[in-house]
Design a protein around this ligand. Structure first.
Ligand code: FMN
Length: 242
């Protein structure tokens, strides 16, 4: 497989950096072709400018965005790795999505029949995505009743609202909890988890998000009453418990 690894951490000698190094090595040993977008090393500009609007359709995208599109077209799978900062992505990574997933590429893509292709369909359909994250919170505190909110809920904007929106099949994430105090033993556990998940990159079942055009949603994009009857919240957008 062709795998693009998008990495957003300022310090290569961090826990995140060590996991990235091991992950890239693992993928190469497995025979995959790997390319990287190391956003801090690239000095990625995360700020959308006026010139970025309409640039895809008018074929005047800036070269840094064109280069990322080329990597994404090449990739069969994308690993998105970051430390969880304020419940979300480091700004540099948020700005990678803002600028790279532009109108006509990440959203606003129309099919031949004029329908908007999103939530399971789009330019990135057929590609896999997996999030690798470190978080200071311990695992129970990111569980269903944990004070941080459940991991699946915290990642919903990225998983569902960005990666799946653009068409990708999103695999369950690879989280490393309690990442501010990691013993040697815990590091080995985290590294081994990442290795095993990378080994299964081609075969892991994606998160079963409902596709927009599956018939599950009405014309207002509201889930039909006979799907997950009576239920509310983010989990209703799964076809079965994730
Ligand atoms: C600006 C900032 C915001 C953070 N916000 C969160 C957060 O919302 N939830 C959490 O669990 N940890 C949070 N943390 C802790 C980081 O996730 C943790 O330090 C990091 O994942 C450790 O991995 P590293 O050594 O590779 O940086 C935050 C850390 C920083 C610096």
């Amino acid at each position: 497989m062709n795998v693009l690894w998008v990495f957003a951490h300022p310090e290569p000698r961090s826990l995140s950096g060590a996991l990235r190094d091991d992950g890239l090595r693992t993928l190469r040993e497995l025979g995959h072709d790997v390319r990287e977008s190391d956003l801090y090393a690239m000095k990625w500009n995360p700020v959308v400018g006026a010139a970025d609007f309409g640039a895809y359709e008018q074929d005047r995208l800036s070269p840094d965005i064109v280069a990322e599109h080329e990597k994404l077209r090449w990739a069969d799978a994308v690993v998105v790795q970051f430390p969880l900062w304020w419940y979300g992505l480091p700004a540099i990574l948020k700005g990678w999505f803002d600028r790279v997933f532009v109108k006509g590429f990440g959203y606003g893509v129309r099919g031949e029949d004029g329908r908007t292709l999103r939530y399971g369909e789009g330019r990135l359909a057929g590609k896999r995505a997996v999030v690798v994250l470190t978080a200071g919170a311990r695992e129970p505190a990111m569980g269903p009743r944990g004070v941080n909110g459940a991991l699946a809920d915290v990642l919903f904007p990225l998983h569902h609202g960005t990666l799946f929106y653009a068409g990708m099949s999103v695999l369950p994430p690879v989280p490393v909890f309690g990442a501010d105090r990691v013993s040697g033993e815990q590091f080995v556990k985290a590294r081994d988890l990442l290795r095993s998940r990378l080994r299964a990159l081609e075969t892991t079942e994606p998160i079963p998000f409902r596709t927009q055009n599956s018939g599950d949603y009405d014309d207002d994009l509201v889930l039909r009453p006979d799907r997950a009857p009576g239920a509310e919240g983010l989990a209703v957008h799964l076809t079965r418990a994730g």
